[in-house]
Design a protein around this ligand. Sequence first.
Ligand SMILES: Nc1ncnc2c1ncn2[C@@H]1O[C@H](COP(=O)(O)OP(=O)(O)OP(=O)(O)O)[C@@H](O)[C@H]1O
Ligand SMILES: [Mg+2]
Length: 294
Amino acid sequence: MISVTEAFQKFRSRLELTQKEQDDASRRQKEIREVMAGNFKREDDFLTGSYRRHTKTKPLKDVDIFYVLHDDERKKYRDGKPPSVLLDEVERVLAKEYGGDKVHRQRRSVSLEFPVSGEEERVISFDVVPAFTKGDHYEIPDTATPKGWTETNPKVHAEKATAANEAFAGEWKGMVRMIKRWNQEKGKPIKPSFLLEVMALDLLRPPFGGNYPLEFMSFFASVADRIDETWPDPAGLGPAVSDSMDAIRIANAKTLLRQASDAVRVAINLGKAGKNGEALRAYRDLFGELFPLS
Ligand SMILES: Nc1ncnc2c1ncn2[C@@H]1O[C@H](COP(=O)(O)OP(=O)(O)OP(=O)(O)O)[C@@H](O)[C@H]1O
Ligand SMILES: [Mg+2]
């Protein structure tokens, strides 16, 4: 029978994106960038967010595309304009190309959904984030803040994730993907999932001890203790990443996080008692059906 460590390693690799998923995403995003370029003068564009950082979990959703508008577009979309003017136009442009039912306006971006080639019922989606440069970083529309625009520096987020991963024996990104998978499995108590990644920068403390269950047990317990704190943008620019967690969400998240930490403790004890099969099933209850039993 598969050991617990082997099961976590297998689970981790099951959460990695396949070549086909990456090819699909790559083809679609190039096309989207060109549609944008046909309508907004381009300064730069690139993939960003958790997809770029390899901290995205499966199923593959919400690949972030940063589209940086040229300064010539400022008059039309930025200077004195509310963020909705730019987001409306991005929505209109994408809806014209792909159909209104595929396109949805969000707080900071416009999302776009495609069926996965060859697979019924599965979709891949993109978040198109329009941006302007600001000094060495960017500002993006944000309809949920009074200022209307949020400063961000995705490069700093990527550098911090890479540094954390190196300090954690190359296990940090894999563990973040597993933790995000738990969040999905439990109905997304923690919103946005980027908050879990931000907390993991502080709370997955190196060195990696080599024991996944112990690391997860202590991570879930620490997040439960500290989910009511304010968690700033790691680049020190945007609003607190925890700004969507209201009191009700926090209370619900605390309960589920404590349950998760307790469930890992129970599973560890099952393993110690030689009940390996039961331990694996307990981890599957926590992390979902991609967690292997054999
Ligand atoms: N409060 C914030 N301030 C500054 N930048 C932010 C903030 N929230 C998110 N970002 C940046 O925007 C990116 C995209 O946000 P998003 O919510 O899609 O998170 P994500 O890390 O891509 O996670 P997910 O796997 O849920 O897509 C983040 O990766 C981060 O670089
Ligand atoms: Mg994202």
